[in-house]
Design a binder for this molecule. Sequence first.
Ligand SMILES: [Zn+2]
Length: 253
Amino acid sequence: MRPYVLAETTWKSIKDSAIDLAVLPWGATEAHNYHLPFGTDNFMVEKIACESARLAYEKGTRLVVLPNIPFGVNTGQLDIRLNINMNPSTQMAVLNDITDVLVRHKIRKFMILNGHGGNDFKQIIRELGFRFPDIFICACNWYQSFETSDFFENGGGHADEMETSMMQFLFPELVLPLNEAGEGKGKKFSINALNQKWAWAERRWTRVTNDTGIGDPSKATPEKGEKCFNVIVDKLSTFMTDLASTSIEDMYK
Ligand SMILES: [Zn+2]
């Protein structure tokens, strides 16, 4: 039983404990090329949340990790069999209810730890901040907490070398051999501004990739995954400790 993981702890240990920070991991249920499981984003974000929280907890940080939300925004992938879409407006409703509980129980800081590119919590956090002024809410995309090129040769972003390496390290029993993976070739937009990222449109996933992957996974190794994982949880545990120990009144200097 890890006392900092809500799903594993008991009311006896939680009822009188002081908690400064709640962390909500949020993934997605979606196809990941031919070699990674549908739950890839969930497995990874939950592992990263719990391991980072462990490091923070062992330094005295008073925090709790909530159960992962397994469905993300997959509106561009509705034609991929059993990709489960949760609309942004549903995410707003879910977050509204969770935030309401946290506020009632005097938890003043809330981190959404995101593990799926289609999830974007910024606008939701703005609206929640307007409804719940007494709690500090932030979102963090773990996959942006490091420089991909520091560890991996090929980028991409979906079932790519990074995700494959991390899964090979964390859940080797759930990864098929690399010779079963598709090449993860992703098409670009035919309009330049959209590729330069200062203009944005959702990608129709099945028009962009044949195997649902974007990014060549062929150079993935568990060793690369381990190195990257250690950097991520180290960074995130520091962030959790900083957040928990900074009062809402001292967020700016
Ligand atoms: Zn993924």
